[in-house]
Design a protein around this ligand. Structure first.
Ligand code: ZN
Length: 271
């Protein structure tokens, strides 16, 4: 356990045990940009973040998350079953993201051929749909495991500045391992997409419940189908370089619906 910004962070430790003792707000996660926070209140409580209601399940569990460039000040307000109201200000630690400047580039735009634009739009719509749900499963209220063996070769939030123009940030956590390396579910989930997409190649989306989704890109093989349920550690496919990829690696993403979060904040440290 280590303490970050005054909040006890228990990486990899189940917080489901809080349910018996929860007579106040408890939550788990790093208070920083890109972070997924898992929290709990006594069952029957209501809670808002910056005025927006967070969905709580029957045990009073809820999640919220902060995007890559989220504001640093946030306000939680909650009402306990006894009717009392409470509030707490949250201060996030600002992050610095890896940026790489590349100058003197040939300005030629890499535009996909007209013939594939329709497919790209359809892919995006399918992925959006696959990450739209908010199931009641609280599978994610436990420690995440790494979905693959191998070194980290790309991090969340990183950005290339091409000829002075910032490119789209990279939202995945890249693990570099050879084609065929197993990819496993980091936590229990239900498959909501398993398809070959133009950019991301063989792509699997797992619904972990409460609006939290994992997406695995560029897989060589997919061992699951839409509707399958998978347990933490169960193989869902293998690492590959399908789609527009320059080499074998796993690109793992975490979404809270359409908000992109940092997978690396959920797993134990790795070099
Ligand atoms: Zn990547």
């Amino acid at each position: 356990m280590k303490k970050i910004a005054g909040i006890l962070v228990s990486l990899g430790i189940a917080i489901t045990s809080y349910s018996a003792v929860a007579n106040e707000l408890v939550f788990n996660g790093k208070l920083t940009q890109g972070s997924l926070i898992r929290g709990q209140l006594p069952a029957g409580s209501q809670i808002t973040l910056n005025g927006e209601t967070l969905k709580t399940n029957s045990q009073g569990k809820f999640v919220f998350g902060f995007g890559r460039d989220a504001d640093l000040s946030h306000s939680l307000k909650w009402t306990l079953p006894d009717g009392t109201t409470h509030s707490r200000q949250i201060k996030l630690e600002a992050r610095e993201y890896v940026t790489q400047r590349i100058d003197g580039l040939d300005q030629k735009m890499v535009t996909p051929p007209e013939s594939v634009l329709k497919r790209i739009r359809q892919d995006a719509a399918n992925v959006y749909k696959a990450r739209a749900g908010k199931s009641d499963s609280d599978a994610l209220f436990t420690g995440f495991i790494w979905p693959a063996e191998g070194p980290v070769t790309g991090v969340y939030g990183s950005q290339r500045i091409l000829n002075g123009k910032p490119g789209r940030p990279h939202y995945g956590l890249d693990v570099g391992s050879p084609t065929g390396t197993p990819v496993v579910a980091p936590v229990n989930g239900t498959v909501t997409l398993a398809d070959d997409l133009y950019y991301s190649g063989n792509t699997v989306v797992l619904d972990h419940g409460m609006g939290v989704f994992s997406t695995f890109l560029h897989l060589d093989s997919m061992g699951v189908q839409v509707g399958d349920t998978v347990k933490q550690g169960e193989q869902i496919g293998t690492i590959g370089s399908t789609g527009r990829s320059t080499g074998a690696h796993l690109d793992w993403r975490i979404n809270l619906n359409d908000k992109r979060l940092d997978p690396q904040l959920l797993v134990p440290p790795r070099d």
